[in-house]
Every structure is written in C-alpha cells, then in structure tokens.
Design a protein around this ligand. Structure first.
Ligand SMILES: *Cc1c(COP(=O)(O)O)cnc(C)c1O
Length: 492
C-alpha cells in the first residue's frame, strides 16, 4: 500500500515508514488512495473474535506487516487491557444502538488505537532498521494524552511528551495525566487552547532545526495524534466489528446499510468510518456531530471552512476544536488525490483562516456525510432524557452524538439502523453528567464521581476510582511559544 502526502506528489511512503514518521516532511498527512486493494470480505469477518477481526482489518491497511505479525501484535496490544474481550460492545438503547468505545484502560475511545500504536511504532522501527530513540510529541484536548501516556510509558526505545491546554480539560482528565507513572514520560500544560497546543506541536515537527537537533541527539520525533495513520487504522476495525455484531444478533441482514453517528473533533474517528465504507462496509450515512464549535457542521453544509470564529469551552472538551486535522485527508480522498487543491486549501487556512472547497468535492462528501451540532444545554438534556427513559448513562460527548442523531432522524430519516459511537465513560466528565440527571453540584470531580455512582448505581471504572490517591508528578506549564524549548529539555 502506498501512502501519499496530501500536499505533494513526490512524497510517498509505505506503511511502516508512514507510521514511524507520523507526519510527512512537507506537513501533509500520509493517506492511501487505492481502497479497492484494501477491500474486506464481510462474510469472512463474521464470527471472528474482536482481536482476529482487528488484525484482519488493520493488516489490510498497514500491509508491511504479515498476517501472523499483525495478529501477534494486536493480541499483545489488547491483552488484559479492556473490560471485555469484545473490546467494543454494542448496546441497544431504545430503537437505536450505542457502540461503546470506552471500555479500555483510560475510559476513552482513544484507547482502542493507542493500545496498538506503540507496538506498531516499535515494530516499524525494527522493520526499517532504525536505532534512534523515538520521541513522541502529542497535543491533547484531554483524552489522547492519557491514552498515549498509558500506551507508551516504559516502552523501550520511546519517550513521550504530552501538551494539554491549561484549564481546558476536566478534573478527572487532568488527574489522569499529571499522575502518570513511567520513566520516559513528561506532561506539560500550555497557556492557550487545544488548537494552540496542536499548532505548537505541528510547528515543532516542521522545524528543520529541531529535527536536525533531534537526529544529532539520536532521537526521532513522531506523533501519537490522529495525524499518524497508525492511529486511524485500529479505529477502522470497530466499525466492522459493530456491523458484524448486529448481523449476528439478527438486528440487520448482511449487506444492509447502516448509519453511524460520530461525536467529532479532529475528524479522525469519523474518517476511520469513511475508510471502512471505502473498504466495503455498507454505510449509508456518516453523521458528523459537533458541539458549539460547529465549524464542521458549517463546512459540510456550505463548503466554506472558516475557523475565524469564537472558540467555546464546552462540556464536551475533547471536541473543542476549530482546526480538524484529518479533514485534510478527506479532501485528498474525495478529490481523487488532488495534491495541488489540498495544498492550496491548507495554505488558505493557514494564511487567511478560511477556505472554500469546490462544489464538485462537496457533492461527493454530501452523498455519504451529514452534519449537525448540539450545544451544551441540548447535550445535557439528552443525557437526562436517555437516563430517565432507558436507564442508560451517557457521557457529554456521546450526548452530542445522541442529540444530533435525533435531529437527523427527524430531518432526513433514511430508515436505516443508527449506531451512535460512544467515545468516553460518563465518569470522565462526572460533574456535568451528574448535573444533567440531578440538581447536585459537588465542588470537585471526585465528589461528583461518588455522587454519580450513588445516584445511578453504574459502576465507576476501577482506574478512575483509584486516581484520587495517586501523587501528582507533573506541574509544568509553559507559554505556547516556549513548547520547543520544553521539548528540547525533555528529549535531551
Ligand atoms: C477525541 C475525542 C472525540 C473526537 O474524536 P476525533 O477523532 O478527534 O474526531 C470525541 N469524544 C471523545 C471523548 C474524545 O476523546
């Protein structure tokens, strides 16, 4: 499989190199075009275990690895880490379905991919005969950071630095990161929002001086963000898994299309759904659900991507994003690999903060995508309603998806089954979830955790419950223009 940089024709890589580099040298994102070569036979997947199914799907995308290698790698990646061997179970809630992606070690969907990525990087390093230490730089809106720390801590030959927006993550998310154990980890707050942190990290990657400096110190920079194709590939598997589960349960027949509703920030999760569709999964619509930061809703509906707007801090902080990195990959795919177009649009975004996609591209997109947004009030109402009606407790991100699904069913119901992707445990965002189902407003996140458990009886994930007793290891906080210096200090 060839992975192209989205921004120039000359830059290509095979899967191991793309995983190891994370981002292409021209700032583009490694993206495949030949999805027919990655086609999956659905019938063959039915009845496979979650691990077997994942290995099959991921192996189609990252085909530098043999089926045996991939199978062993995936098995080792997930062994003993998830609450269920199913990895990503599907629950029926009323007439609809919720795909629970949060049963992993950090209670967010990022675990599905970040349990696998460290092993993919180490295996790619070996395959390519690289001996440098791999320094992982990651910007997080809350969940990626912890899931990456959990995946990379004490992994030989790697080091990881995580930046999160100061004041931009929940109490529980912050506690998860600043208490992280491991001798090769650093965690630092950035004075700014997630986009500032993400831009800072992208700039470090693009900084030639930094790359030379790293090479001279025997290190190579790579990314655990969803700009790394090794992050996306494992996410493709659960779309197939959910579909197969519904077939086996008799909820749908093999070949029947379904809709997936995806709470979206960086456009990674939903892009994995588009990969699955192009690889043969019968998907009618991918519904892109945003919170008040609804730049993607506007884009899909109008073709104008305009980040020059107010940034809102919402109760779904992992979706508080105005620059959705992975949309670049989609533009590339939907334009049939038009490097010049994508490079031009990305340049407009950087220089002017806005771009307009050609109508022909938007027509392709609207065939398969639909978009909606829900503000905090609507999302919290959805949590309350679903809890009261069905006794099912959702987190604030999933609630955005649920609310957008309701509007989708009202406005453009196509009659197919709807599957909402549930991206986090309600206990990661317990203060807001509690406020949605009761009048209580405890002072701290941990007090809210106890109350939410008492009121609902839904068990607290063990590792979240234990957090409050763990010592804080990291209290660093830097200005956004000081991130490079911080990295140099951490990597030396
Ligand atoms: C990361 C995240 C999202 C958004 O996923 P993208 O791949 O960035 O679109 C949604 N919900 C939660 C809980 C997340 O952690």
């Amino acid at each position: 499989m060839v992975f192209y940089s989205t921004r120039s024709k000359e830059i290509q890589a095979k899967s191991a190199e793309a995983v190891l580099k994370g981002i292409a040298p021209d700032g583009g994102l490694y993206t495949p075009l030949d999805f027919d070569a990655m086609r999956v036979d659905l019938g063959e997947l039915l009845g496979k275990t979650a691990v077997e199914l994942s290995a099959t799907v991921i192996g189609k995308i990252l085909n530098d690895f043999s089926p045996e290698e991939m199978r062993a790698l995936i098995e080792a990646s997930y062994a003993g880490k998830f609450e269920t061997d199913d990895l990503t179970p599907v629950e029926k809630v009323g007439d609809d379905f919720v795909l629970e992606l949060f049963r992993g070690p950090t209670s967010a969907f990022k675990d599905v991919a970040l349990s696998v990525l460290p092993r993919l990087i180490v295996a790619s390093r070996e395959k390519l005969g690289v001996t440098d230490e791999i320094a992982i730089l990651t910007a997080t809106s809350g969940d990626t950071g912890k899931a990456a720390l959990e995946g990379f801590h004490d992994v030989q030959g790697t080091r990881i630095v995580v930046f999160y927006p100061d004041g931009g993550v929940s109490d529980v998310q912050k506690a998860q990161m600043v208490t992280q154990e491991g001798s090769n980890v650093r965690v630092c707050a950035v004075r700014g929002n997630f986009d500032d942190a993400q831009t800072g990290v992208k700039n470090i990657f693009a900084d030639d001086g930094m790359n030379h400096w790293a090479a001279a110190s025997g290190a190579r920079l790579s990314s655990a963000n969803s700009i790394n194709i090794g992050r996306l590939a494992p996410q493709v598997a659960y779309y197939f898994k959910a579909y197969c589960d519904l077939v086996l349960r008799g909820e749908i027949t093999l070949g029947e299309p379904v809709n997936f509703v995806v709470p979206t920030g960086n456009f990674g999760d939903i892009l994995a759904g588009e990969f699955a569709r192009r690889m043969g999964l019968p998907v009618a619509k991918l519904v892109c659900a945003s919170n008040a930061n609804n730049v993607l809703t506007d884009f899909i509906n109008t073709g104008v991507y305009d980040r020059r707007r107010e940034f809102y801090k919402t109760t779904s902080p992992s979706m508080d994003i105005l620059v959705s990195s992975n949309l670049e990959r989609y533009l590339f795919m939907a334009s049939g690999g038009n490097f010049e177009l994508v490079a031009g649009l990305m340049n407009d975004l950087k220089e002017k903060g806005v771009y307009t996609a050609p109508e022909s591209l938007m027509a392709v997109m609207r065939e398969h995508f639909s978009a909606g947004c829900a503000d905090d009030r609507t999302a919290l109402e959805a949590i309350g309603r679903v809890w009261n009606e069905y006794g099912y407790l959702m987190d604030t991100h999933t609630a955005v998806g649920w609310a957008v699904m309701r509007a989708f069913k009202q406005n453009e119901d196509n009659g197919y089954v709807n599957i909402v992707l549930s991206t986090a445990s309600p206990y990661k965002f317990c203060r807001d979830v509690l406020s949605a189902i009761s009048d209580e407003q405890p002072e701290t996140g941990f007090a809210a955790m106890d109350r939410l458990n008492a009121v609902t009886g839904v068990p607290v994930p063990e590792r979240l419950a234990k957090l409050r007793d763990m010592p804080v290891r990291f209290e660093d906080c830097v200005d956004k223009d000081k991130m490079l210096e911080y990295v140099k200090d951490a990597v030396k």
